[in-house]
Structures are given as C-alpha cells and as structure tokens.
Design a protein around this ligand. Structure first.
Ligand code: UD1
Length: 398
C-alpha cells in the first residue's frame, strides 16, 4: 500500500514521526512518501524538528510559505494535486488542524484518494478559530478517523460520521513525547538559560485572537511583567507573535523572550517548569502527560480531557485574572498529584493506527498497478541518515 504523509506546520511533525517509524516495521505492506508543504519554513519552526524527531527528509517540498489563510490553503491545493497524481498513493495520512491539513483533505476528496486523519473529532465549538473549520471539514472528508479522547468520538457521531470509520487509538503526540523524554533529559537548555528546575514558568502564545489584537496582548504582557517579579518567566516567541511584540516588550532578567526552541530543548524546558501559560493545543496535552500545571489563555478548549484530568484550566484574558490564577498555581503543590493519564495516552497510539491500516492494506500490487515510478521503500532514508535540511527533497516551488 502506498502511503503519502503530509506535514506542513510545527505541530504536524511530532504527530507523523511515530507513524512513519511504525510503518517502517512492515516494509512489505507500506511504501511511504513524505511531503512537506512548507507552511512553516524557518529552521527553528521546521528543520530543527526534523532533526530532533529523526524524521526522514521529505521527498517533496512544496514551499507554500506564509500568507492569508485562503491564499495559503489555495497555494497548497494547487501545489499538492500534481504530487498526488504523480505518486498515486492508496492512502494519505494527515494530522491535526492546520491549513495544510485542510488543503490535503480537499485534494484527496477531489482525486478520490482515501484519507486518514490523525487527531480527529476535537471541537472547540468556536468557528472563529481557523483550526475549528479545518477540523470539521477534514473530518467530513476522512475515511479513517483516529481519535485521542472520548469527546472526539461523541463529536463525530453527533456530526453524522459513520461509526465504522472512527478508531479510538490514543495520542500520537504522546508517543513522540515518550520516545523523546530520555533524549530531552540530556538537553543543556536550562543551564544555557540560567534556569533551575521548578523555578520558572514557560509562556507560549501564537493564536491570532491573542497576539494580533493589541489590547489582548497588552493584558497578557501586563500579567507576565507582574508575575516576573515573583518567578522567572521564559517565553519562546513564535514568529507571528514576534512581529506584534517587538514594539511592546523587551527581555528583562526575569522575563526572557527567546527564539522558538527545537523539540528536545522545549520538552526539557516544559517538563521542568513550575507552570505553563499557553494558547497552544498540543501543549495542553503535553502538560497533562507531564503533570505540569497548565493555564490556557483561551475561552474554550477542544481538548476537554486535559481539564477533566485536573492539569489544565482556562483563564480569562484579563491581566488581573491571569496573574491571580498563576499566583494560585504558585501556592499549590509543585506538581499535580500523581493521577492516571488519559486513556490510551501510553506511547502506543501509532502502533494501534498502523494495526488498523494494515488490516485494510491492499498488497503492494495496487501501487504497482497504478504505475509507481519508484521501487517500494526507495523513498525513505534511515533515521540515522536524516538531515535537518531538505536539500535532497524535490523542491516544487520556493
Ligand atoms: C499555524 C496553525 C496553528 C498552529 C501553529 C503552530 C493554521 C490555521 N494555524 O499557525 O493551528 O497551532 O501553526 O505554530 O494552520 N512564520 C514565520 N516562519 C515560519 C512560519 C510562520 O515567520 O516558519 C510567520 C509568518 O509571518 C506567518 C505567521 O508566522 O505569516 C503565521 O504563520 P502561519 O503558518 O500562517 O500560522 P501560525 O500562526 O504559525
């Protein structure tokens, strides 16, 4: 079965890596092709993750870059279609809810190619979030919907998705985290930043609703400045946020604004933090697994299990509320009391996904019949040969 994986933005990389590794164990069943849309292209948003996650070089790099949401989605559609026609995959695998995910789903639907959606069914019920629209459309167009938590299955059934398409497999992002933790422990990032375990908070912000509105951003910054009087704050700044922050805030000794970190350094940073303050989706899940208190700067979350587990709480976007909530966390015990992890967040989600896909795999003959131009397995180099750059990818447009 010829499988095409599509990645584009930072949160995609850790979702696809464990699936690629599992599929490699069945070389007679799966022939894999990796396409990078280029939605994220800075070294520290993309190449650093390929290196840390030992992802193979992409076979194809589309170089779609930044722009308006429609422009970015449209450029991805146009660039992706000929690649799907050329490689003729039997199945396309895509993760999450970014614009590259939506574009992939649309191309598959137009070409009649089966689509597997990793992390299906999550819903914030807030359609002003671009990701919510991406999730709904992608799920409607998917043939295999792999879910991470019980709420996702309920949402999909409510939207009329055929229950036979839904597979509760757990969380592949946690697979990556479990694999990477031993390596992350060796990271020197804390020493480099002058930080000590449990004595700092980590902040990440990138949602347009938080960073593009100067009033909201000023509320958050006021809270961070107030908190930095009591505890060190380390803030790896996303490129979108950097644009807005430049005129507003500067690093101080207690509030450090730094460039985005790679996967292993960031994992070391979060796993030793006193708390995390974020608007990211993935970080709500990672902190739940790591049992680190997380405050989410949003009115809603599509990942309710993180709230149910007691690690995550939603915080109103007012300086006084953010500060009060963080001070309450600081007054609590260092870590969330040991509790069970969400069901199936055990590092084995990719195995379950690959089991499902093996059971429907048509032997290699299908790809050969469709005129595969390369011999099976020639696409992927071993992880040890993986390169941080994409020099050997066929660059379609840059
Ligand atoms: C995207 C995803 C979001 C995900 C986030 C993780 C969508 C709709 N949003 O948001 O769900 O949580 O990625 O980061 O797909 N930029 C750079 N270099 C890069 C990438 C981006 O400078 O490598 C800058 C550009 O100015 C760009 C802006 O960041 O316009 C936003 O990038 P974009 O991919 O449009 O969305 P994100 O905010 O990163």
């Amino acid at each position: 079965m010829k499988v095409m994986h599509i990645v584009g933005a930072r949160p995609n990389f850790m979702k696809i890596a464990p699936i690629i590794v599992q599929m490699r164990k069945w070389p007679e069943t799966f022939e894999q092709v990796l396409v990078h849309t280029g939605q994220h292209y800075d070294d520290n948003m993309s190449a650093a993750f390929f290196q840390d996650l030992e992802l193979p070089r992409p076979d194809v790099y589309l170089g779609v870059g930044s722009g308006t949401h429609s422009g970015q989605t449209g450029r991805t559609l146009i660039a992706l279609e000929p690649e799907m026609v050329r490689y003729a995959p039997d199945l396309v695998v895509v993760g999450g809810d970014v614009n590259s995910t939506l574009a992939t789903a649309l191309v598959c639907a137009k070409l009649g190619i089966r689509l597997a959606h990793i992390e299906a069914g999550l819903r914030s019920f807030d359609r002003s979030m671009p990701e919510e629209v991406n999730r709904i459309v992608t799920d409607q167009l998917s043939d295999f919907l792999f879910t991470t938590e019980a709420s996702a299955e309920r949402n999909l059934l409510h939207e009329g998705v055929d229950p036979k398409k839904i597979h509760f497999v757990g969380n592949v992002m946690i697979d990556s985290l479990v694999n990477a933790l031993p390596k992350a422990k060796r990271s020197k990032v804390l020493a480099k930043l002058g930080l000590r375990r449990g004595e700092y908070g980590v902040v990440t912000l990138h949602r347009p609703s938080n960073v593009d509105d100067p009033d909201v951003l000023d509320e958050i910054l006021a809270a961070l400045e107030a908190l930095s009087g009591s505890i060190g704050i380390i803030f790896p700044v996303h490129p979108r946020t950097r644009r807005q922050l430049d005129s507003r805030s500067r690093s101080t000794s207690k509030l450090q604004l730094i460039e985005p970190l790679g996967y292993l350094d960031f994992l070391k940073l979060t796993s030793n933090a006193r708390f995390v303050l974020t608007d990211s989706g993935g970080l709500q899940e990672e902190t739940t697994y790591l049992e680190i208190p997380c405050m989410t700067l949003r009115a809603n979350t599509e990942r309710p299990v993180t709230i149910e587990m007691g690690t995550n709480r939603l915080v109103p976007l007012r300086a006084t509320d953010i500060e009060r909530c963080a001070r309450r966390v600081l007054g609590e015990r260092t870590r969330i009391a040991k509790r069970s992890k969400p069901p199936l967040w055990d590092g084995r989600a990719a195995r379950r996904i690959v089991e499902v896909l093996r059971s429907v795999a048509v032997p290699d003959a299908t790809s050969r019949r469709r005129g595969s131009r390369r011999s099976p397995r020639s696409h992927f180099v071993a992880a040890s040969e993986a390169s941080p750059g994409f020099q050997n990818a066929r660059v379609v447009k840059k």
